[in-house]
Design a protein around this ligand. Structure first.
Ligand code: GTP
Ligand code: MG
Length: 207
């Protein structure tokens, strides 16, 4: 799939104010500063679409982007950043989890993981929560350009081995770098395939 158009639609904290769930949707989430907004920009060929920052906690709302007039991509606030005041972290967590649990057109969550680290507690707990709530997800390793190419395979395998201690089958994963624009074709191919399985929610349902 080629991204021909990518437009910002709306920012909010409430699921009932999100666009009507008439087309497939994919959410990007991960620890603060993992590179969510940068990867979205790389996928959409637009450096200014999602706001990025070297200071964690930049994205504080759910941001909907419409891609090719066909599907939504959602940038979510990060989790696990200890310097964010507790009340803010709880607020982000509440609306994000509420959204993830109830959004009917959500096809898959992209959980972004920093490829330089092994399994982190916040990621582990979050993926466990997704599993408990039967929310489909894939893993996206970010910032691959920061790794020595010789270390990539070893790091990923170590991560997968740790995951397999807990999970009976491992989620699909992608290796990406927003800097080098790697991994985006694979992610777009996955979205294109998954879009084919979308079933439009019943419009007569009362939201
Ligand atoms: P929050 O919105 O604060 O949760 O952060 P985020 O996950 O959206 O991260 P963001 O995209 O703002 O990137 C955080 C920092 O990492 C920025 O300084 C980016 O330039 C840098 N960064 C993101 N992706 C990459 C990458 O693939 N390679 C390198 N080298 N740096 C990256
Ligand atoms: Mg962000």
């Amino acid at each position: 799939m080629k991204v021909k158009t990518a437009e910002f639609v709306i920012s909010n904290t409430r699921v009932d104010l999100c666009p009507k769930p008439e087309i497939p949707e994919y959410a990007f989430i991960g620890r603060s500063n993992v590179g969510k907004s940068s990867l979205i920009n790389s996928i959409c060929n637009n450096k200014k679409l999602a706001k990025t920052s070297s200071t964690p906690g930049k994205t504080q709302l759910m941001n909907h982007f419409m891609i090719n007039d066909e599907w939504y991509l959602v940038d979510l606030p990060g989790y696990g950043f200890t310097k964010t005041p507790n009340h803010l972290r709880m607020k982000w967590q509440n609306f994000t989890r509420n959204y993830l649990r109830s959004r009917e057109n959500l096809m898959c969550v992209f959980v972004l993981l920093d490829s330089r680290h092994n399994v982190q507690k916040a990621d582990d707990e979050f993926m466990e929560w997704l599993g408990e709530n039967a929310i489909p997800f894939v893993m996206v390793f970010t910032k691959m350009d920061k790794l020595d190419p010789r270390d990539i395979e070893g790091n990923v395998n170590t991560y997968l081995e740790k995951m397999s201690e807990k999970w009976s089958f491992l989620p699909q994963y992608f290796l990406t770098s927003a800097e080098k624009k790697t991994g985006k074709e694979e992610i777009l191919a996955f979205v294109e395939e998954t879009n084919k399985t979308f079933v439009k929610p019943d419009p007569n349902k009362v939201w």
